[in-house]
Design a protein around this ligand. Structure first.
Ligand code: FES
Length: 125
């Protein structure tokens, strides 16, 4: 198996940062209507920085693996940096291009995190 695929499977089998975050002040539940996979992202944001991040939900190996990796990636990042992340960020993070069919799986958690930040911004501005 490809080393990058092994990394995704490892995150899927042993996800980092899974569960609810008691200190979250931003959260968003998103899902893929095609397959039913769902992800809720919980973020603890302070002074424009993601202090902590967790996720909960169920999904395929790529969606859960990506959510696990993403929560590791965005901790300590600024809100602005996370808002600027896109498909290229997810592809770099995974180490593979998941292809058009699995792109929604791979980006589900990033979209949820970004939507959580939109709702957070509305509450602080
Ligand atoms: Fe549903 Fe991957 S099969 S997000």
């Amino acid at each position: 198996m490809d080393i990058y695929a092994e990394e995704i499977i490892s995150h899927y089998e042993h996800p980092h940062n899974r569960g609810k975050l008691a200190t979250a002040n931003a959260e968003f539940h998103d899902y893929n209507p095609v397959c039913g996979d769902d992800i809720t992202m919980f973020l603890d944001v302070k002074d424009g920085i993601i202090k902590d991040a967790k996720f909960d939900g169920a999904g395929c190996a790529i969606s859960i693996g990506a959510a696990s990796m993403l929560t590791d990636l965005i901790k300590g990042k600024s809100v602005k940096d996370v808002e600027k992340m896109g498909v290229h960020t997810v592809v770099d993070m995974l180490g593979i291009d998941p292809g058009p069919a699995r792109l929604k799986c791979a980006t589900l958690s990033l979209k949820a995190a970004q939507k959580a930040l939109v709702s957070y911004s509305r509450t602080v501005t």
